[in-house]
Design a protein around this ligand. Structure first.
Ligand code: ADP
Ligand code: ZN
Length: 752
C-alpha cells in the first residue's frame, strides 16, 4: 500500500502530495496524521494522509511512513474534500486549509489527553502472537471486535481512553474486557477531559412554541429529514424566541441520528447562550472558541471527532467541526462581521456552511433580528427561504424608543453626557428596582487630546491616528499598536499649556453616572477591563445576579444578552458609528441600535430605549426607532443600487505596506496600473464596464506601527464574469508577488 501525504509545512514549494510506502504493520487510511522522513536529510516531519492506493509506479526509492500520531484519522473524507475547495476558492495553500480543521495542539509538540480509564497494548506479548490468537489458522477473524481494538492500539502504540475507543468502535466494551482478561491489553487510570466551565448554565424551563416558532421549526425539521440542502433565513425580532427555535431544530436533528453545528458571533460574550444549550443537551454539547485553553480546545475537538459530543456551539472556526454525519448548521446573528475571517484564508463562515450543506445535503439556518442586506436580498430573490417571527414571545411589546437631539440639549444649557430625558428615565428605572444598560462605542475616557491654542492633536508616534486618553493610569494610548505615553502638560507643537480632552469614552460615562447618582452600583465592560480569561463571564454573571444596577459598555454588550430585569437601554452617542466613512455605516448603525433596543424589556415590565444623537433624522436612527427592518431594507437597498455598492458590486482591495513611503507609493501605483491593463484586456469591449473603478492611493490610515500603507481598490460590477475576474486577480497576485504586498481582500469588513 502507498499513501499520498501532505507535509505539515506552510510553504508553496512543498504544498503538494508526496507518496510514501505503508509498512506492513501499519493500518493507514485517509485522514490519518503521520510522521514521515522528509527531504534529503530525512528529517522527521508530520503530515496528513489524503488518500491511499495499492500501486505506485516509480523508479525512485519510496520512503516508509514511520508511524501514525493518533489511532484514528484526524480528518474525515469530507473535510479533506472541503480543504481542497477552500484552497482553490480562497487561493491558499492546501495545508493552510487543512489546519483550519484541527486544533493547533494536535500539531507539533502537543498536550496529550488527560486520562480517564485508559488501555494500552501489553508489551509482554508480541503483536503477531496476539493476531494469531485472534484468528483461525486460515486467517479468519475469531473475534473481529477484539482484532479491531488491538490494531487500533497497535497503530500508535499510545494509551487510549476506553470511552474514546467505545465511541470510535461502537460495541467494543466487551471486546476490551476480553482483551484485558487475556492480558493483551493493560488497564490504567484516569484521563479526564478538560471541559470549559460554564457557570452561566440556566434552568431549562419548558415552553410551548407559538405559531411563528412552530412554523419555523417545522420547515427546518422537514428539510433535515428530507436531506434538502436549502438555506433558511430566520428573521425574528429581538425577543421572538429564536434560540428556542434553534434548540428544537437541533433536537429533531439529533433524533434523526445526525449532528448539528451552532455558530454564535463571540461566544465568550454570550456565555448565557452556551448555558442554555448545556442545560438542554448536556454532555452532547461541545464548545469551541478562542478563549479556551489549548488543552480544552483539543479535548473538545476530540469529543466531537470521536462521537462523544453531537452538538457544537462555537465561534467562526467551529464551522469546520469534524462531524461525519452532519445534519444541520445554524448561524445565529448571521449579520455579524466576526463571521468573516480577518486573516488568510479569508473565508466567511456562511460560505463554508453552504459548501458543507451541499456535501451532506443538509439545511443551513441563518438567524437574525437584523439580517445583513445581502442575506435579505437573497431571501427576496428566492435563493434563501424566508421565515419570519415578527413578534416577541408572549405578545410582549417591542420597547418604546425615544431619540434625544443633543444639539437642543446643548442649547438648553446642558453640556453633560446625559440628557435630561436620559436622567429622568434612569432615575425611574433605578427607583423601580430595575437595571439599565448604557452603550458607548468608545473605550477610554476621551477620544482625543489636542491643543486649544494651535489645534495640534496628539498622534501615536507609530500610527496615523490620535491617541486616546485613559484616566485610569493617566496616560494616552494608541488603540492600534498599544503604545502609551504620559499626558503632556504643554503642547508638543506650540509649547502652550492649553491641552484639552475631547469626546467621551466609557470611563467618563461611568464617572458622570456616579456624580449624578451617588452610590449607584455599576460595572464597566470594554476591552480595557476584560483582560483575563473569565472576565466576561464574571462581569456578566455579576450583572445577571442583580448585584449591580447599571452595566456600561462598548458594543460588546449589545448582542444577544437576555437579562430579564433590564428595562432601560441607553445609547449615549449614536453618531460615532455613523461618521465612519464606509458604505456600510448606515447598515451597521441600524443593526447596532436595533440590537441594543432588543436588550430592554425582555420580561414582564415593558422596556424603554433612549438614543442620544446629533442627527435624529438619519434613516438608520429613524428606522431603528420604529422597529422597521423592511423600511430600512428598502431604503438602503435603493441607496446601494444607486451608488452601485454591494450587493450590486464587489470591492477587492490589495494592500501594500512598508517602511519607505516613496518606494511603497511607486510600487503600489505601478502594480495597480499593470493590473488594470490586464483586467481591461481580459474584459474586452463587451465587459470593460464591469470595472467600475480601480484606484491607487494611500490607505485611509496611512501609517500603522511605523509602516506606510498603500492600496489598490477595485470595484467590480456583479455580472456573470465576476468569478472569472476574481480568479484572474488572484492569479495575477500570486505571479507578481513582491515584498511590499500585504493582503488581498474581497469586500473587506473595514477599508481603513
Ligand atoms: P431572541 O434570540 O429571538 O432575541 P430569545 O431566544 O432570547 O429571543 O427568547 C427570549 C425569551 O423568551 C427567552 O427567555 C426564552 O426562554 C423565552 N421564550 C422563547 N420561546 C418562548 C415561548 N414559546 N413561550 C414563552 N417564552 C418563550
Ligand atoms: Zn500606534
Amino acid at each position: 500500500m502507498f499513501a499520498e501525504v501532505i507535509i505539515d509545512i506552510a510553504h508553496a514549494n512543498v504544498d503538494r502530495l508526496f507518496t510514501y510506502r505503508v509498512p506492513e504493520h501499519l493500518n493507514i487510511s485517509a485522514g490519518q496524521h503521520v510522521l514521515v522522513p522528509f527531504g534529503s536529510g530525512n528529517a522527521l516531519k508530520e503530515g496528513f494522509v489524503l488518500s491511499v492506493k495499492s500501486d505506485f509506479d516509480t523508479d525512485f526509492p519510496v520512503k516508509d511512513i514511520i508511524r501514525v500520531m493518533e489511532p484514528y484519522p484526524v480528518l474525515t473524507e469530507e473535510q479533506i474534500e472541503l480543504a481542497g475547495w477552500v484552497s482553490r476558492s480562497y487561493h491558499c495553500l492546501l495545508v493552510e486549509a487543512l489546519r483550519l480543521m484541527i486544533p493547533a495542539r494536535l500539531r507539533g509538540s502537543r498536550v496529550r489527553e488527560k486520562s480517564e480509564r485508559t488501555v494500552v497494548l501489553s508489551g509482554e506479548i508480541p503483536y503477531a502472537e496476539m493476531l494469531a490468537a485472534l484468528r483461525t489458522s486460515g486467517g479468519k477473524a475469531l473475534a473481529p471486535k477484539q482484532l479491531e481494538v488491538v490494531s487500533l492500539l497497535h497503530n500508535t502504540g499510545l494509551e487510549m481512553s476506553v470511552a474514546d475507543i467505545r465511541a470510535y468502535l461502537p460495541g467494543a466494551a466487551s471486546a476490551i474486557s476480553a482483551l484485558i482478561r487475556k492480558g493483551f491489553i493493560l488497564e490504567n487510570e484516569h484521563v479526564t477531559f478538560r471541559r470549559p466551565d460554564y457557570s452561566c448554565r440556566r434552568a431549562d424551563t419548558p415552553v410551548v412554541l407559538n405559531a411563528a416558532q412552530q412554523n419555523a421549526v417545522d420547515a427546518v425539521s422537514e428539510a433535515v429529514v428530507q436531506q434538502s440542502a436549502e438555506t433558511f433565513l430566520l428573521h425574528g425580532v429581538t425577543g421572538s424566541g429564536k434560540t428556542e427555535v434553534y434548540m428544537r431544530c437541533i433536537d429533531r436533528c439529533l433524533k434523526s441520528g445526525r449532528e448539528a453545528i451552532v455558530l454564535v458571533p463571540e461566544i465568550s460574550l454570550t456565555p448565557q447562550t452556551v448555558g442554555l444549550f448545556r442545560a438542554r443537551f448536556d454532555d452532547d454539547v461541545a464548545v469551541l472558541h478562542s478563549r479556551l485553553s489549548a488543552g480544552e480546545r483539543f479535548d473538545e475537538w476530540r469529543r466531537i471527532r470521536l462521537g462523544r459530543a453531537r452538538v457544537v456551539v462555537g465561534a467562526r472556526s467551529a464551522v469546520f467541526a469534524p462531524f461525519s454525519n452532519l445534519g444541520l448548521i445554524i448561524i445565529d446573528e448571521e449579520h455579524e462581521s466576526s463571521y468573516q475571517s480577518e486573516s488568510a484564508p479569508r473565508y466567511h463562515a456562511a460560505e463554508i456552511a453552504a459548501h458543507r450543506s451541499r456535501s451532506f445535503r443538509i439545511p443551513v439556518l441563518l438567524g437574525s433580528a437584523t439580517p445583513s442586506l445581502l442575506s435579505y436580498f437573497r431571501a427576496q430573490s428566492g435563493r434563501y427561504r424566508l421565515l419570519e417571527m415578527p413578534e416577541r414571545v408572549m405578545h410582549r411589546p417591542m420597547p418604546e424608543v425615544e431619540t434625544v437631539d443633543m444639539r437642543e440639549e446643548f442649547l438648553a444649557g446642558n453640556n453633560g453626557i446625559f440628557s435630561r430625558k436620559m436622567q429622568s428615565l434612569l432615575r425611574e428605572c433605578l427607583d423601580g428596582g430595575h437595571q439599565a444598560m448604557l452603550f458607548l462605542n468608545r473605550r477610554g475616557y476621551s477620544t482625543f487630546v489636542s491643543c486649544r491654542s494651535c489645534g495640534t492633536v496628539i498622534q501615536c508616534p507609530n500610527c496615523d491616528i490620535s491617541m486616546t486618553y485613559h484616566k485610569h493610569g493617566n496616560r494616552l494610548k494608541c488603540h492600534f499598536c498599544g503604545a502609551s505615553r504620559p499626558v503632556p502638560e504643554i503642547c508638543p507643537n506650540c509649547g502652550k499649556p492649553f491641552i484639552k480632552f475631547f469626546g467621551i469614552g466609557t470611563e467618563q460615562v461611568e464617572e458622570q453616572l456616579q456624580a449624578l447618582f451617588p452610590g449607584v452600583t455599576s460595572l464597566r465592560m470594554d476591552t480595557d477591563t476584560m483582560h483575563h480569561k473569565n472576565a466576561y463571564q464574571q462581569t456578566l454573571s455579576a450583572f445577571a445576579s442583580g448585584e449591580y444596577s447599571v452595566l456600561i459598555g462598548t458594543q460588546m454588550i449589545a448582542k444577544g444578552h437576555d437579562f430579564p430585569n433590564v428595562t432601560l437601554a441607553g445609547v449615549v452617542a449614536a453618531d460615532a458609528s455613523l461618521c465612519i466613512p464606509d458604505y456600510r455605516s448606515t447598515e451597521r448603525t441600524f443593526q447596532l441600535l436595533t440590537q441594543i433596543s432588543g436588550r430592554a424589556g425582555r420580561d414582564e415590565t415593558p422596556g424603554k430605549v433612549i438614543i442620544q444623537t446629533y442627527s435624529p433624522n438619519h434613516p438608520a436612527i429613524v428606522f431603528a426607532k420604529d422597529h422597521d427592518y423592511k423600511g430600512f431594507y428598502r431604503y438602503e437597498l435603493a441607496q446601494r443600487r444607486h451608488a452601485l455598492f454591494p450587493p450590486f458590486s464587489m470591492f477587492v482591495r490589495l494592500l501594500f505596506s512598508g517602511p519607505d513611503e516613496e518606494a511603497l507609493f511607486r510600487t503600489g501605483e505601478q502594480y495597480g496600473r499593470n493590473l488594470e491593463a490586464v483586467l481591461l484586456e481580459h474584459l474586452g469591449e463587451e465587459g470593460k464596464n464591469d470595472l467600475l473603478m480601480l484606484s491607487c492611493s494611500p490607505a485611509p490610515i496611512q501609517r500603522k506601527m511605523n509602516n506606510y500603507r498603500y492600496q489598490v481598490l477595485i470595484k467590480l460590477l456583479r455580472t456573470k464574469r465576476t468569478a472569472d475576474i476574481l480568479h484572474l486577480i488572484y492569479d495575477y497576485e500570486s505571479e507578481h508577488r513582491n515584498e511590499l504586498f500585504a493582503t488581498l481582500e474581497i469586500n473587506p469588513q473595514d477599508m481603513l
